[in-house]
Design a binder for this molecule. Sequence first.
Ligand SMILES: [Zn+2]
Length: 386
Amino acid sequence: MVKGYKNPVDTSTKKIVAQNKQTFDLEDLGVFASNDFDGGRLNGFVKYNDSTAILIVNPENTPINNSAYYAFETWSNTSKPFYFTFQYPKGYKHRYVPKLKINGTWSLIDSTDIFKKDSIVTIKLNLGKSRITVAGQEIQSSNDVKNWYTRLVKGKEGSVRLKSIGESKMGRDLPVLDLYRGDAKNKEIIVLLTRQHPPEVTGYYAFQSFLSTLLSNSNMSKRFLDKYHILAFPIVNPDGVDMGHWRHNGGGVDTNRDWSIYRQPEIKQIVKYIGKTLKKNNSKIVLGLDFHSTYHDVFYTNNIREGTTLPNFIEQWFSALEQNIPNYKVNEAAANSTKPVSKGWFLYGHQAVGITYEIGDKTPKTNIDLFGEVSANEMMKILLDK
Ligand SMILES: [Zn+2]
């Protein structure tokens, strides 16, 4: 258990409302919608008039952050334009600009196909027999994540070991990528986390780019893995991801409030695995990065720097990012964690630097890839010079 949070949160398991996986059928219009895939979220689909349907989208339980995630496929018997109006429970608003997957490729919906009246959002799509996927963020299911890291580690067995640390609440795999070269003994440890919050895919993309850079086989990455040990958790909340949750895990809880008593199996097993690794190798954590998404790019840091394992890291890293990313200004929000979030756990539990690495919901993928790569390279440079 890690203490020190002013505002503890009760992370006991709560009830979630199951989503019925199905194809909704507006028979007289020949229009269909389905949530029957990993990452799907659509709780109802009803006719409003001959050219418009209501999309009913509910969260897994409440109270919950306003991160109204939706994902469905839609098609029709005949080619025609059709309108869809989003309906959320009272108190919750539309957040994510729709992304469309057409013929296997994701793109943002054209802004001329979005209509806003007060806070009610309607979109127009040109339907036909082939399915269009409409989602709040691009879908990266647990299976997609697995395909990615399986490809990533191939041929790099000398630098990375892929392991399972256990299962989520509903029995999905909790993987870890364990990176180091040579002997793990006495190497300082860096922990990387992502997908505590299911729709936060842009943060996951930064995690992908960051980790790929650490495994790029460059001279620097080899030297880095000779000296340091990385524990990277690519999908902390696989149940939430596959069940199309707005924020919570299979236990109906925000896992990023459980970094104190570890009541949820995902955090409990991650903490246990980290603890075991530290003990076995006589190591300590120096840095923890937790990749998320929010409205804009921001780094949430702890105020306390003195007495941590890397008291100057944040300042050095942020100035290196500004020097190496064109026209980029770091947006830092420093505060001490009053709630049991991972960045507080790194500080209070390990005197380590903890940072929540947030990518904007709308940050373009090419920018994210660059941020991920530059931030990994600059981290390696600073830690190798230490
Ligand atoms: Zn988050």
